[in-house]
Design a protein around this ligand. Sequence first.
Ligand code: NAD
Length: 505
Amino acid sequence: MTSILKYHNETEIQQAVDTSRQTFRSGYTRPLKFRRHQLQQLWRLVDENTDAICDALYKDLRKHKNETILGELIPTKEEINDALEHLEEWAKDEKVTPALVNKVGVTCVKRKEPKGSTLIISAWNYPIFLSFGPLIGAIAAGCTAVLKPSEVAQHSAKVITELLPRYLDSKAFLVINGAAHETTKLLENKWDHIFYTGNGTVAKIIMKAASVHLTSLTLELGGKSPAIIDENANMTVAAKRIAFGKTFNAGQTCVAPDYVLVTPKAEPKFVEAMKTAYKELYGANPQTSDSYARIVNNRHYHRLQKVLTENQSGEVVIGGQSDEKDLYIAPTVIANVDRDDKLMEDELFGPILPMIRVNDVDDAIEYVNSRDDPLALYVFSSNKKFVNKVLDSTRSGGALVNDTLMHVAEGNLPFGGTGPSGMGNYHGKHSFDAFTHERATMIKDLNPISEALMAVRYAPYTNGNLKLARLALESVPRFKKSFVLKHLKWIVIAIIFGIGYKRLA
Ligand code: NAD
């Protein structure tokens, strides 16, 4: 398929890399006033171009305007508001209490320094938020950034390319378009941080490129996120929330529930509840519903079609229909799927929901733990013991009890994976942190009195000095620390000071 996007050539790519680096080195992006203004401009970009952005998303994914506004634009604007509200607080030096060895004449701070010239590589499924979300972190932290939107969501990438220079400072924030070749060219350069969103296979390429320059990385990846359902849970509510998570953006969401684990007893009830939920969401024929998005392109349509047709086990109990011309795959539920079925190999990233039968919660936990750590884990139960057992015995990037997707919308929670589902996190202050280096900074005075306290560390080494130093600095085990012992230390310090001062005098 020919792209409407104009890919940048190698000269343009190099120019963008150089501009980003030079601008950062000049200190241009560091002042908080500059960062604040750029964040406000990004807010205006989103606000003043809502229709154009919604239109692009409709062309890329047949996304309903409501889904774009709820899933991309509101979260972007909220992230900007949060950054604007807390910028000074996040960016200011953080004082830490010095340890005993540095008690006198010393100030210790974590300076919040921008990492530098950064590269943001974005994915197609939420092309606006996945581009602007990290960009907000980069701007707030005082970095420069080159943004590489996904070429797969080409209308969205085009709109970003047109709008960004109209609102943001092009010396600091640049867009490069292209696919693997252009991204490879970008990756050949030395960056101060790379923020990548996408699949795990490409993540390995990114990581390899980053390793050449030992560049720090945030990897926002995916995985097969399970939903464990307690057989005593309210199936009507659970099913509605799972149906929502599985078909928002036609299931092309990194944290979509990939599959469910249910007992055979609960399975029929859950299936009935899913039938009702899908009917309520999209009517009798989802293909005619304007609320239901489409698969992004032919390649992904055929990938999903293949897993559907190559499905060796299980029974399609809901949906199963597809239409290539329309890139339509119906919300589909497949019951009693084998644990090692093709459907259970890779992240589905589409509206197909396999159900795996489990004996009980322990069986469900064992199955989840036999696989890679997922990006999200969902558990549906009103029984605290059940919920805690699942949370205590499994690992995942994030976890959500009794709903799907919504934990991602909580800006105060870090969003990211663990192991194969990702590395690092962002959202809210975590986005600022992702693009910030905490520079451990100690500031001392040149006062002779402080110097006297340091005397025991200098050569020539003597047993006496060592004894005094150990008495002063070696911690009494904290569990034994009494009030008297605590003050005894200050007495010893006073003695050392006395001796040191005498020597210096
Ligand atoms: P994609 O095809 O848009 O690729 C992502 C980026 O990688 C694009 O900008 C693309 O140009 C670049 N790229 C592709 N091949 C490359 C190569 N060989 N070398 C260098 N760069 C290359 O998106 P995708 O990978 O299909 O995205 C879907 C995956 O991303 C799913 O696994 C999903 O779970 C995950 N995802 C994760 C998050 C998250 O925040 N954790 C969000 C969205 C998607």
